[in-house]
Design a protein around this ligand. Structure first.
Ligand code: SF4
Length: 390
């Protein structure tokens, strides 16, 4: 088929709302026509979410960076006894979380290393204390990998673990630990025991218990386009079954520019990779939006992409810019791009208005907290320039 014929066929499917195939996904990735991809993805995004861009006011916390695994892409991990290794006491975690009380925080996002000796009971205890200290704040905590780890250290099944965590205040799992599900790639980059079978088992369980969870994909390292397509199609199939995924988040693999200053190269992939370019990221957002027709939201995690690309991504299928993140250590340990640590509510509003969209503050379940309809005029905004970060 000619290039024009193939494109017409895909366009017809997108405009008719017909589900795209694996071959369609691979063909879309093979296209260099970025503006065409953006146009198609924007059509889908607008049909699903109009001109809205969602965000929330959240804080990231990492209770410990001590990890039993040594994943080849990870700069965050530390081994017990290493200089920068840390584990928070429960009171420390609460004090950190309370630092953002004035910002009317609605969510805490907590992921951690797989600590070799911390007892399982530490985790529900932290959640209980956080919930008591921060009434009304949702707790989005732990990857499926961590839940699988809790099974190992507690001897309990995930079903009981989730029940105890929910009783302690857990509102949602996080979407991490997914990386790339295809085993050919996964076996080269992941150094723990959680793969597609356990990752999907744990999210399926969470959905059955009423949670709406995120799903992620780590791209831009040694995987090929076909592996990204495969990853998204596995999620699409699981979503057909459970309907429990609220959002898909493509995460750009990051090189380490900071962490190896101590002489230990933890991010071992970077010797054989480049990072995805901005165009590659936009393409990944667009193709993900087009393939993943049953997950309502697509997020650009601005910390990983910078603010310029975050604004552009809104025309490539993205309708969620995450939140006013504080201390996203897993990326910032590997980042020298000068992305800010924090975006306040006002900063996010202006970022979204400037890109021509309507900001909507959401909660963890993607329910509307507040709509912001009327942006100040450009003249007003120029008269009083906004600082974009603290
Ligand atoms: S990605 Fe997670 S499990 Fe893997 S080494 Fe890093 S902290 Fe540990």
């Amino acid at each position: 088929m000619t290039d024009v014929g193939w494109k017409r066929e895909i366009e017809a499917k997108v405009y008719a709302g017909t589900r795209l195939t694996r071959a369609d996904g691979e063909a879309l990735y093979a296209s260099d026509d970025l503006s065409w991809l953006g146009r198609l993805a924007h059509h889908r995004r607008t049909a699903l979410n109009g001109e809205r861009v969602m965000f929330n006011v959240n804080r990231h916390l990492n209770l410990t960076n001590v990890c039993s695994a040594s994943c080849a892409y990870c700069s965050f991990q530390r081994k017990p006894g290493e200089k920068a290794a840390y584990t928070m006491r429960v009171e420390e975690a609460v004090a950190k979380a309370k630092e953002m009380e004035d910002e009317q925080l609605t969510e805490l996002h907590i992921v951690n290393g797989l600590h070799p000796t911390l007892p399982w009971k530490y985790y529900p205890r932290v959640l209980r204390e956080l919930k008591a200290a921060l009434a009304g704040v949702s707790l989005k905590c732990f990857t499926a990998t961590e839940v699988h780890w809790f099974e190992k250290i507690s001897g309990l099944p995930a079903d009981e673990i989730l029940d105890e965590l929910i009783d302690a205040g857990l509102d949602s799992l996080t979407g991490g630990g997914a990386e790339i599900f295809d085993w050919e790639i996964r076996k080269q980059i992941v150094d723990h025991a959680t793969h597609w079978e356990d990752w999907s088992r744990i999210h399926r369980l969470a959905h059955a218990k009423g949670m709406r969870t995120p799903a992620t994909m780590l791209y831009g390292h040694i995987e090929e386009h076909r592996h990204r397509v495969d990853h998204v199609l596995r999620l699409r199939e699981l979503q057909d079954e459970t309907g429990g995924f609220a959002v898909f988040i493509p995460l750009r693999y990051q090189h380490d520019f900071v962490d190896s200053a101590d002489g230990v190269v933890r991010n071992r992939l970077q010797a054989r990779t480049t990072m995805a370019s901005p165009a590659e990221s936009l393409k990944t957002f667009a193709v993900s939006r087009l393939l993943l027709d049953n997950v309502p939201h697509l997020k650009c995690f601005w910390v990983m992409h910078g603010l310029s690309l975050a604004q552009l991504s809104l025309n490539f299928g993205v309708d969620d810019l995450d939140g006013s993140v504080v201390e996203y250590k897993i990326t910032h340990d590997a980042d020298s791009y000068g992305t800010p640590q924090t975006m306040h509510r006002e900063d996010l509003l202006h970022l979204i208005w400037d890109a021509g969209f309507q900001p909507v503050e959401r909660n963890t379940r993607y329910e509307v907290v507040r709509e912001y309809d009327a942006p100040p005029s450009l003249a007003e905004r120029r008269a009083e320039p906004q600082q974009v970060w603290a």
